[in-house]
Design a protein around this ligand. Structure first.
Ligand code: TEU
Length: 559
């Protein structure tokens, strides 16, 4: 059946290696640190580890600025360490997914050094070079994602090169067949090494509108996204990668799709299209900044969150696509702090988010620390921050008239560093992450929030994750059940059913700190009361309520 692929039953664990486990004392996590923790991940029930970039890189964007795709950054270890990681994973029946970052390279990559060395260099056309606009100045008004114009000027040749992210991340020219060949060869190198899958960084941005038009329609002007997102040749390029690499090596692949659409994600992930196994999209993680206003604080729109999950559940199922399910990653503040209560109800909240997500259709991703309920660190000084985007925005917000305090309070909520603090293993100094000075400050609450504590308590957040991960392997309804939303716009509750063959899964979550009652509408209850749903699989409170038409829900209760 269309649901038979093994990775549909799997759970992926995302590792941000810099912050996972340091074995050398240099303050930065490393590959051996990950290998050391594989038993922990296996006991959690993880099938696939997604390892974020460990390639040679100047680290301006923590490895998403690759200077050499086929060598390991010494801070993370050696190629022998990498080979050992694969071996140790495979010995445990687990798989490795690595990060492929090919929308851009670091400007320190050899290709770019050649490219910038002169207009006649054979690598010139590896990147996107443009003359100044007719009247002089930038080729167009596109803005980079990390702030400032998307073009950098090269004095020597008088041309500009495109950088959609940081100014040290130059966009590759995918129109050039040599670039595509070089990327495929690089991926084949890793596939032959035994890497089982790839997570493809901002892969839907690789095909740009070759007119490179000004974006005058956006507010403010210069957004530019519509000219390079899900662009004209993107599916062609991905299909080529499938035929050359993903298909022959039977890889599991996930495309990171920035500002994409449902229709495109169906194409990217429907097996008949021969592109990717599944896609990440971010629409549900923009409900606290409508219109892209990420650097303004506002409460999140709960109804929008539920609507987006529901639309993507139903849409992807009808179109034969497959979702990568996630609430957290290294680019997002902790969902626990963002959508629920990371203080009084931290424990209930973390479990509620997990239950709500794992009941959906798709392959769930657990981002390191999520399984022990790590919250945002709420730093009180700008000195703690390291992320290039956060530091750029701290400056830009002040240029726009914000006080340093106001800019800091925005970073406290929005910074990517919120999720990048070192993993908390135990209550020893620096949470057992490093014996040296951590590259990023460890969250002060680590004596209470750490893996060791979570392992000791049978009703911990960690054990809740274990249970959820195991359940999806036992019950087919998690994989093939048809989604139906049941909460009818309730202001505090997200409720849905998944109806499978002979099994129905019902998930009800109270996203508030209030004790509330929730009543299923008669039309829904008519179906539910007939289904075999009286067995509670897991909840996050001490009591085990039976499924009745009216439910009493304690703060952040979720079943
Ligand atoms: O991120 C892609 C992306 O579009 C966003 O998630 C982006 O990071 C966000 O808008 C900034 O807040 C990927 C990687 O996950 C990210 O870490 C890299 O910085 C980025 O690509 C560039 O490679």
């Amino acid at each position: 059946s269309r649901y038979s692929e093994w990775w549909r039953r799997s759970t992926v664990y995302q590792v941000y290696p810099k912050s996972f486990k340091d074995t050398t004392g240099n303050g930065t996590g490393d590959i051996r640190g990950l290998t050391e923790k594989l038993d922990y991940l296996q006991e959690l029930g993880i099938d696939i580890v997604w390892l974020q970039p460990v390639y040679v890189s100047p680290q301006y964007d923590n490895g998403y600025d690759v200077a050499d795709y086929q060598n390991i950054n010494p801070d993370f270890g050696t190629m022998e360490d990498f080979d050992e990681l694969i071996e140790e994973l495979h010995r445990r029946g687990m798989k490795l997914m690595t990060d492929i970052v090919v929308n851009h390279t670091s400007t320190e990559h050899e290709w770019f050094k050649q490219s910038i060395s002169g207009k006649d260099n054979p690598y010139r056309n590896y990147y996107i070079w443009k003359d100044p606009a007719p009247g002089g100045g930038l080729p167009n008004n596109w803005q980079s994602k990390f702030g400032g114009p998307a073009w950098q000027f090269d004095e020597a040749s008088g041309q500009y090169y495109l950088t959609l992210f940081d100014k040290t991340q130059a966009d590759l020219n995918w129109e050039n067949a040599e670039v595509r060949r070089a990327v495929s060869d690089m991926m084949l190198f890793w596939a032959r090494k035994g890497v089982d899958g790839f997570r493809m960084d901002v892969i839907n941005l690789i095909s740009k509108d070759q007119q490179f038009p000004n974006d005058d329609g956006s507010v403010p002007p210069g957004d530019g996204r519509k000219f390079y997102t899900d662009g004209p040749r993107v599916h062609e390029y991905i299909k080529d990668m499938y035929e050359e690499v993903f298909g022959p090596f039977e890889m599991v692949t996930v495309g990171e799709m920035s500002s994409t659409t449902l229709a495109h994600c169906i194409r990217y992930s429907n097996p008949e299209e021969r592109e990717f196994s599944m896609t990440f999209n971010f629409h549900h993680l923009k409900v606290d900044y409508p219109g892209g206003r990420k650097w303004e604080l506002m409460p999140y729109d709960f109804e929008a969150l539920k609507r987006l999950f529901s639309e993507w559940q139903t849409g992807m199922q009808q179109g034969g696509g497959w979702n990568a399910l996630f609430f957290n990653n290294h680019d997002q503040p902790r969902a626990l702090s963002r959508f629920t209560d990371d203080d009084v109800y931290r424990e209930e909240s973390a479990k509620l988010l997990a239950t709500t997500l794992h009941g959906l259709q798709g392959t769930p991703y657990v981002y390191q620390g999520e399984e022990i309920g790590m919250p945002n660190p709420k730093w009180k000084s700008i000195e703690e921050f390291r992320d290039i985007e956060s530091l750029n925005m701290y400056r830009i917000l002040q240029e726009q008239g914000k006080s340093p305090e106001a800019a800091l309070s925005i970073l406290q909520e929005r910074s990517r560093d919120n999720s990048r603090t070192p993993m908390q293993w135990d209550d020893s100094p620096n949470a057992g992450f490093t014996s040296g000075t951590p590259w990023l400050k460890v969250d002060e609450r680590y004596p209470d929030i750490n893996v060791q504590k979570e392992l000791e308590r049978p009703d911990s957040i960690l054990h809740h994750y274990r249970k959820l991960i195991a359940l999806r392997k036992e019950h087919a309804v998690f994989i093939d059940g048809v989604f139906r939303r049941l909460d009818e716009g309730h202001p505090e509750v997200f409720a849905y059913a998944r109806t499978g063959i002979g099994e129905t899964l019902v998930v009800v979550s109270n996203f508030s700190s209030k004790e509330i009652s929730f009543r299923f509408a008669d039309k829904h209850w008519a179906d539910l009361s007939q289904a075999d749903t009286d067995k509670l699989l897991t909840g996050n409170t001490a009591d085990e309520p039976a499924l009745t038409q009216e439910l009493q829900l304690s703060p952040y209760a979720s079943y």
